[in-house]
Design a protein. Structure first.
Length: 299
């Protein structure tokens, strides 16, 4: 993917648009106005202010001719979002890495209705780190250790650690207790997300997800578990504990899907990315980062 000719602004990357073939538009502006009819006034303002550019960084004008398959870059106006009322704690910072302790309910990166209120955008703004990039992601409802690179030159080396499964991940969960369930155990299954569905499901076939589940301690009808995933499929830990008959406390997806109001922070999912360990690809040193958070159901 070509690099954007516009810098990060207010913590957000510019939007890249590819101009498709078959358009009847004579100019780039005509196409943009037809594509985003609700933003017509703002688009004219952005073009007039030279805030819409082509792949070389040249400003688009009202007369710039339409050229299929070329790219246009512009800043979209961020939505107005209520602030997620929890702070991000910094665990470590050096010239290459920023490691934070993400709270529940804060998205890792901009997605859907959570754009400005994401860890990435907040940290870029608050710490003035426009090149900050996530090495991996946590679900919005999962808290814990989250790693970013600060310098673009370091990005690939750390991202490859996760891609090649060279990171030891330890999670903690509070979930139901089944006294007859033999633990520790390793769950292996094939997890897929059907198109158009919110939840993932386990299907027949070669396993693509693996989690070791260990009991730490029990208390009444719930228990605290150590989870050691070897893979990183979407919702893997939630699906695997549910498949064992011990769904995670506060999970509104498994076993039953139910709505939670966007600003209802009363029942966080009791899942925490407790620690990450890896051999640093640049220094060769073994590094471990550990969350300082505690799951509310176990306090």
């Amino acid at each position: 993917m070509p690099s954007a000719p516009l810098p990060v602004r207010d913590g957000l990357n510019p939007t890249r648009l590819r101009l498709p073939a078959g358009s009847d538009s004579a100019t780039v502006l005509d196409h943009l106005l037809a594509r985003f009819p609700d933003d017509r006034e703002r688009l004219r303002e952005k073009v007039a202010a030279a805030e819409v550019v082509d792949g070389s960084g040249t400003a688009i004008t009202a007369e710039t001719p339409y050229r299929a398959h070329s790219f246009v870059y512009l800043y979209r106006d961020p939505p107005t979002e209520p602030r997620v009322p929890f702070e991000i704690d910094v665990l470590h910072r050096d010239e290459d890495l920023l490691v934070v302790d993400k709270p529940h309910f804060l998205a890792s990166t901009p997605r859907g209705r959570h754009v400005v209120e994401s860890a990435l955008v907040r940290l870029r703004r608050d710490l003035e780190l426009p090149d900050l990039t996530p090495v991996h992601r946590l679900d919005r409802v999962t808290a814990g250790v989250l790693v970013f690179t600060i310098r673009p030159q370091a990005r690939r080396a750390y991202q490859e650690l996760f891609a090649h499964r060279e990171v030891t991940k330890e999670y903690e969960a509070v979930a139901g207790l089944d006294a007859n369930l033999p633990l520790p155990t390793t769950v292996r299954s094939r997890i897929v997300k059907p198109d158009g569905e919110l939840r993932c499901v386990e299907v027949a076939g070669e396993p693509n997800a693996e989690t070791r589940v260990e009991l730490i301690e029990a208390r009444g009808e719930v228990a605290r578990y150590r989870l050691l995933p070897r893979t990183g499929k979407m919702h893997q830990l939630r699906v695997h504990l549910n498949s064992l008959g011990i769904p995670i406390v506060g999970d509104n997806f498994y076993p039953t899907l139910y709505d939670v109001a966007p600003e209802d922070y009363s029942t966080p999912l009791q899942l925490l990315a407790r620690s990450l360990s890896f051999v640093d690809p640049l220094s060769g040193a073994t590094r471990t980062f550990t969350s300082r958070r505690r799951l509310a159901a176990w306090i």
